[in-house]
Design a protein around this ligand. Structure first.
Ligand SMILES: Nc1ncnc2c1ncn2[C@@H]1O[C@H](COP(=O)(O)OP(=O)(O)O)[C@@H](O)[C@H]1O
Ligand SMILES: [Mg+2]
Length: 466
């Protein structure tokens, strides 16, 4: 006997999505708004309503496809449609198909050549580039009476941010684009009643994000990733906060409150001798290399105590020190400097320095000078988030990362970094980012939770991350 399909109740926003009929339909604009659910539901309804219809669901990666769509749909459609793993599609008795495809890089597009679909879903479309979206949606054709539609679910951020923002948010159309073909339905996590009920913690996690990410992912703002990347970085105490706290900026600087830059103190004596020391490193030859030494106090607060930045007057040119010369100097400093002499130093570096494809790896060169590293975690977005968390002030104005005022390179370069227009939650790598990279590896080696107490878990273990 044929099984009937049970569909859960859509939220009001999901209902608008399910009933929209324009050629291009955008949905979401924030995290947790019930986007993937809406994709699966609409795909099922179309497949059953139009026997013979060809539907495509796209995600950036194959694991995301499996976790968000294939596994769940196979379960829900068991007894109704049949999954063919070789072709990555679910076939229905009436002749409809739901096909799954991923597009991690442009060469993945080759699989779509000459294929036709009636309806295409790009789930998390902003993770695809404009070129990828356009190539995939060029498969929308077919001589039949089935609806021809493209559904885009999206968050601010990602390489497709500018394109999606233009067609659905700014609604600035070019030749050949008809405004009447485009509908956007915003759905925030607060519109997803099912999730609010089953995982109330998820909203708290979004609330604990750094300001800009919170505006984008919780409130669905698309205009936020502009300007300075580390706008919260304070080279001197925040005057308004000092006044509120009733202390002078001089005292605040001494106490390390409402500022990230402080006067150096003697790391080589007293209690500081028991603190853990780190060395973080980003390799460069034609571009600058950056090496910094850090002390970690018993509360886990980081102090950038010294740096060796290989940069000429031209900020994007390295001093062209060979790796040997760099490690010779690093080893000398560690042998001679009173703060470092005779102490164990934990090294963390860009994992790319273990590359052996061009002969001896940079990491092996370092070992010849007695300079040891472990590979850092180079996940960029979660890494930057760790840097942001470290800069957050608690209610008394204390941060969890300080910079000694002798670290001129950090103080000069970090405030100059900008958002990347193509990948807006990342920073623009055209900037002088070598010091920030090395700082990010260090932060990732000692991850912290955001300061706000309402956040039991950070985005590092975000249940909706996939
Ligand atoms: N209408 C609904 N009924 C029941 N559960 C839902 C509904 N909409 C969303 N959910 C559930 O809420 C969670 C988040 O939804 P999801 O579609 O994955 O969000 P997004 O893709 O926007 O991050 C999922 O567990 C999903 O199954
Ligand atoms: Mg999703």
């Amino acid at each position: 006997m044929a099984k009937t399909l049970a569909i859960q109740m859509p939220s009001p926003r999901q209902k608008t999505f399910l009933t929209a009929t324009t050629r291009h339909i955008g949905f979401g604009g924030a995290r947790g708004g019930g986007k993937s659910w809406a994709v699966r539901t609409k795909a099922k309804l179309l497949a059953l309503r139009y026997p013979g219809i060809r539907i495509l669901i796209v995600r950036r990666t194959y694991p995301e496809l499996i976790n968000n769509h294939i596994r769940i749909l196979c379960q829900e459609l068991s007894g109704i449609g049949e999954y063919h793993d070789r072709d990555k599609l679910i076939a229905f008795p009436g002749g409809s198909i739901i096909q799954f495809s991923y597009c991690d890089r442009d060469t993945d597009l080759d699989r779509l050549q000459g294929v036709e679909y009636d309806v295409i879903f790009l789930d998390e479309a902003t993770q695809l580039s404009e070129y990828q979206m356009k190539t995939i949606t060029a498969c929308l054709r077919g001589v039949n009476d089935f609806p021809k539609r493209i559904y885009y679910t999206c968050n601010p951020g990602g390489q497709g941010h500018q394109y999606i923002k233009r067609i659905f948010i700014d609604r600035k159309y070019r030749d050949g684009e008809d405004p009447r073909d485009y509908t956007f339905i915003q759905s925030l996590v607060t519109d997803n009643h099912a999730l609010m009920k089953t995982q109330p913690d998820y909203v708290k996690q979004l609330e604990a994000l750094p300001y800009k990410l919170r505006q984008a992912w919780l409130h669905g703002r698309w205009d936020i990733f502009e300007g300075q990347f580390f706008e919260e970085f304070r080279e001197s105490p925040d005057l308004a906060m000092c006044e509120k706290a009733g202390i002078t900026p001089e005292l605040a600087k001494k106490q390390g409150r409402w500022t990230h830059v402080i006067e150096p103190f003697d790391i080589g004596s007293g209690a500081c001798r028991g603190w853990t020391l780190y060395r973080s490193y980003d390799f460069g030859y034609a571009k600058p290399f950056s090496c910094a030494w850090w002390a970690v106090d018993h509360d886990g607060t980081l102090y950038r105590i010294m740096e060796l930045y290989g940069c000429t007057e031209n900020p994007n040119e390295g001093v062209k020190w060979t790796p040997d010369r760099q490690f010779q100097e690093i080893a000398r400093i560690e042998r001679e400097h009173p703060w470092l002499r005779g102490r164990q130093i934990l090294g963390v570096a860009d994992p790319a320095i273990w590359d052996v494809s061009r002969g001896e790896s940079i990491a092996d060169t370092a070992i010849r000078y007695g300079v040891y590293f472990t590979p850092g975690d180079h996940a960029r977005v979660s890494g930057w988030m760790q840097c942001h968390y470290r800069l957050q002030f608690d209610e008394n104005g204390y941060a969890r990362c300080y910079v000694f005022d002798n670290c001129k390179g950090f103080i000069r370069t970090v405030p100059t970094l900008r958002y990347d227009t193509n990948r807006p939650e990342d920073l623009d790598t055209a900037g002088e980012d070598h010091i920030a990279d090395e700082w990010r590896y260090l932060c990732m080696s000692r991850p912290v939770q955001p300061i706000r107490e309402a956040a039991p878990r950070g985005l590092l273990n975000d249940p909706l991350r996939s």
